[in-house]
Design a protein around this ligand. Structure first.
Ligand code: GYE
Length: 334
């Protein structure tokens, strides 16, 4: 939220902006009388939100954040869980269009294939906000803004830590990678950022890379296969904590010590992941914040009022070593 405030702007500019925004919101209210407004019969903003699913601890925290922030902001929230299926998300968005909600927000499970339904929302005059995951649509006018993380950076930070960690190692360092959901923005981008960073040291080699679908069960199952196929695994890079946590079971069952025999890097920093890091089972986590609710409500108010918003708003994030996890854990909210 910090980067959305305008506290440093000169007074006069703020006043001028306020006048413009007021004009915009009057115009937008006019529209919602004929178009938006939902079926609630009151003046609450109706937000239709299509969630990816409930695949991970990150997702649960994200859903809670959105529901809490909607209640706090006095929105009427229509919420749908798509169970990781794009067709369910498209169905939910079409329902929201039919119900004439004021604003649609969604976290797209994969990057491709959204143009048709986004065009339908645009034609119906309903603004769309992307949260968490991006789409690859060439036409940027199909949505108002994107709110979420820089996934390439998360992958890069993970890779840079590994380059430093293995600086003194001799011989090849064999890495296995548990990818997120195939075709999703975080899987594509984290893979890319990590690969770019480890290219700095040719002894760092990704010997296997496969999707575990961002779930614990997927992480466990794919790690079992990796361990069977590759006798020497030095590093696991998992695209989220949950897959890393699932992989821990496979690693222990194979008689190896996680965090020692195999260096483990994950992304998210949810509580269970941070606990594993503090316990020495993980070695490094790049944070990805799921607490998008309050910023989403602010943006929904603005686009509903017809205000201009920045095309991309990124969350602020950090990284954790084992020592840092021990310190941060007692105050971790999710
Ligand atoms: O990292 C993972 C979740 O899209 C950033 O989705 C999100 C990712 C998150 O399932 O745990």
């Amino acid at each position: 939220m910090r980067n959305m405030r305008m506290s440093l702007a000169p007074r006069r500019a703020v006043a001028a902006l306020a006048a413009v925004l007021l004009a915009g919101s009057v115009a937008a209210c006019g529209n919602s009388d004929t178009g938006g407004g939902g079926d609630s019969g009151n003046d609450k903003i109706v937000l239709g939100f299509s969630q990816v699913g409930a695949e991970s601890g990150w997702r649960t925290a994200n859903t809670n954040s959105i529901k809490e922030a909607a209640a706090e902001a006095g929105f009427e929230l229509k919420f749908d869980d798509a169970q990781q299926k794009q067709e369910n998300q498209i169905k939910a968005i079409r329902n929201y269009i039919q119900q004439k909600v004021d604003v649609i927000a969604f976290s797209p499970v994969v990057e491709s294939g959204w143009d048709t339904v986004l065009k339908e929302a645009k034609d119906a005059g309903i603004p769309v906000i992307l949260t968490d995951r991006a789409v690859d649509s060439a036409d940027k006018s199909l949505y108002k803004t994107f709110l979420g993380s820089d996934f390439v950076k998360e992958g890069r930070l993970s890779g840079e830590w590994l380059v430093e960690e293995k600086k003194a190692a001799t011989g090849d360092v064999n890495i296995v990678e548990l990818q997120g959901t195939t075709g999703s923005a975080p899987a594509n981008d984290r893979k890319q950022g990590f690969a770019e960073a480890i290219a700095a040291d040719p002894k760092l080699k990704v010997i296997a890379s496969q999707s575990g679908d961002f779930t614990r069960a997927g992480g466990k199952q794919v790690m079992e296969q990796f361990l069977k196929a590759h006798p020497k695994i030095d590093v696991l890079f998992a695209h989220n904590d949950d897959m890393g946590l699932g992989a821990l079971e496979a690693i222990t069952a194979a008689g190896k010590v996680p965090g020692k025999d195999i260096t483990i890097i994950t992304i998210d920093a949810v509580k269970d992941g941070m606990q594993a890091l503090a316990d020495g089972k993980f070695n490094f986590i790049a944070e990805c914040s799921p607490l998008l609710g309050p910023q989403l409500m602010e943006l929904a108010k603005k686009v509903h009022a017809g205000e201009e918003v920045a095309p991309r708003i990124e969350t602020e994030e950090t990284t954790f070593t084992q020592e840092q996890a021990k310190e941060a854990l007692p105050n971790r909210k999710y």
